[in-house]
Ligand binder design. Structure first.
Ligand SMILES: Cc1cc2nc3c(=O)[nH]c(=O)nc-3n(C[C@H](O)[C@H](O)[C@H](O)COP(=O)(O)OP(=O)(O)OC[C@H]3O[C@@H](n4cnc5c(N)ncnc54)[C@H](O)[C@@H]3O)c2cc1C
Length: 442
């Protein structure tokens, strides 16, 4: 098939957690016009289209069988950095770490930093509305996208939003597309809000805590005292062990694991006071950067521990953290499994990781997700839904929002993608199927 866009035969690939991606053909467009050509071709023939950023999705969001895969790796240009209007206009295939390096040369940054920042594309992070370690202060990608260009499922190109901090012209379609996981179109250009690099001195504080319950207590106290860290992370003992084993991290293996904070100088004394009674190390400069990088690689170290890894992404209100931690421990005991936790604990976002070599873990997965639902939280803070969380997303929406809301979401998908070719069989579409079959009567 030659439509004037570079392509290769559809070799099989895997995403980061080993889900199979089996396209019939892979296109490598160089610009928006080429994306539009491919999508139009697919639309006319009713062929499914899946967009591939870097494949670091943890939720099966890039799985496909017989799809056209659009790999945006050649759409990797930073088109403009506007130092007065404070935005960066970029193509979707730009690597996030690379973008931040370029922005730093001009004194700016794009704050959300998924721990995959050195691997992932900005298009993937936008389509996923990724979060990260700085989420506690700066939120997720949805708070940093001003405008988008998108190739719709019918091959037409639209621009959504404006590169303005304030813009009330119409429904907020930018927010609709951010986090839509490639189910509504292919993002071909993004205007990101950027912000000046902090000027105040920051310190990294590592605390070896006696257990995860103590980590929960610390965060509740941090909030009560109105300390606003730039990063507030937790790694349990198993994670620390994996980091030492696979990445030679040289961390102390205490029973309770460790917390990692980054705070501006005027919050330091208060934070140290909250942490009193725990062994604490304060770091700056290169050592602070090393600890941040070690934290970013935690999932990679854990991935090496077992054949399969299923990553949960639950969020609970910070006030409910102690209760969530207690219930997670109960689930661990009940199933007699290792459930190592990596957490953006400062915003209540916990990643219990299910490691296993054989069998299935669906019951365990759902039980963990249910803890969040029952405590008024969410089954996903930042990793998204894909195929992995469609069922638990349906449960959450039915319980917290009602069936009507799921119907509205499905209606939006049908309106924009009437032939159902964009990343089909996932996310809202799959959640709706589960809801219909669930017989739940909330
Ligand atoms: C080691 C590791 C650590 C991680 N840590 C975090 C973390 O801290 N926080 C977090 O939020 N996530 C994290 N993730 C998950 C994941 O990396 C991020 O969500 C990431 O931003 C996805 O980027 P990607 O380029 O790999 O996208 P992909 O995995 O390729 O795609 C993700 C989704 O976006 C769609 N998509 C990709 N590009 C486009 C486009 N141009 N237009 C439309 N749709 C598109 C895909 O179809 C898919 O649905 C982590 C993953 C790994 C492997």
């Amino acid at each position: 098939m030659d439509i004037g866009v570079e392509f290769s035969k559809g070799e099989e690939r895997e995403d980061f957690v080993g889900n199979k991606v089996r396209p019939s053909i892979i296109f490598y467009p160089k610009d928006e016009g080429e994306v539009a050509k491919v999508v139009r071709y697919a639309y006319e023939r009713g062929i499914p289209v899946v967009t591939w950023g870097a494949g670091t999705s943890l939720t099966g969001a890039v799985e496909c069988n017989g799809c056209i895969l659009i790999d945006v790796k050649y759409m990797d240009k930073i088109l403009e950095v506007n130092e007065v209007d404070w935005y960066a206009r970029v193509q979707p295939g730009v690597n996030l770490e690379y973008l931040n390096r370029k922005l730093a040369e001009k004194g700016f940054f794009l704050p959300p930093d998924p721990a995959s920042f050195f691997l992932c594309t900005v298009g993937g992070a936008t389509a996923n509305s990724s979060g990260g370690m700085r989420g506690v202060k700066y939120g997720t990608f949805k708070e940093w996208v001003l405008a988008l260009k998108v190739v719709l499922p019918n091959g037409k190109v639209v621009k959504l939003g404006e590169p303005l901090r304030k813009n009330r012209a119409g429904y907020d379609l930018v927010s609709l597309f951010v986090g839509s996981e490639g189910t509504l179109g292919v993002i071909t250009e993004i205007w990101f809000r950027i912000t000046p690099l902090p000027r105040r001195k920051t310190f990294t504080v590592m605390a070896y805590v006696k257990d995860m319950e103590e980590a929960g207590r610390v965060i509740v106290e941090v909030r009560k005292r109105r300390i606003l860290p730039e990063m507030a992370e937790y790694l349990d003992r198993e994670v620390v062990k994996a980091l030492n084993k696979h990445l030679n991290a040289g961390l102390k293996e205490s029973d309770g694991g460790l917390m990692l904070f980054s705070v501006e100088e005027d919050h330091l004394e208060d934070l140290l006071d909250v942490l009193r009674g725990n062994e604490v190390v304060v770091a700056e400069g290169e050592e602070a950067e090393r600890l941040y990088s070690i934290r970013a690689q935690s999932a990679i170290a854990l991935r090496a521990e077992a054949k399969h890894m299923v990553v949960e992404d639950i969020v609970v209100p910070v006030s409910k953290l102690p209760e969530a931690i207690k219930r997670l421990k109960e689930v661990e005991r009940k199933y007699n499994v290792r459930l190592p936790v990596i957490a953006h604990i400062g915003d209540g976002n916990l990643h219990p990781n299910i490691l296993y070599n054989e069998g299935e873990v669906e019951g365990l997965f759902e039980e963990v997700a249910n803890i969040a639902i029952e405590l008024g939280g969410s089954v996903s803070g930042e990793h998204g839904i894909g195929t992995q969380k469609a069922k638990v997303m349906a449960l959450q929406l039915l319980k917290h929002n009602g069936r009507e809301v799921l119907d509205i979401m499905e209606g939006i998908k049908r309106l924009i993608d009437p032939k159902g070719i964009m990343n089909p069989g996932k996310y809202v579409e799959l959640a709706k199927k589960y809801a219909e079959g669930s017989g739940e009567n909330y």
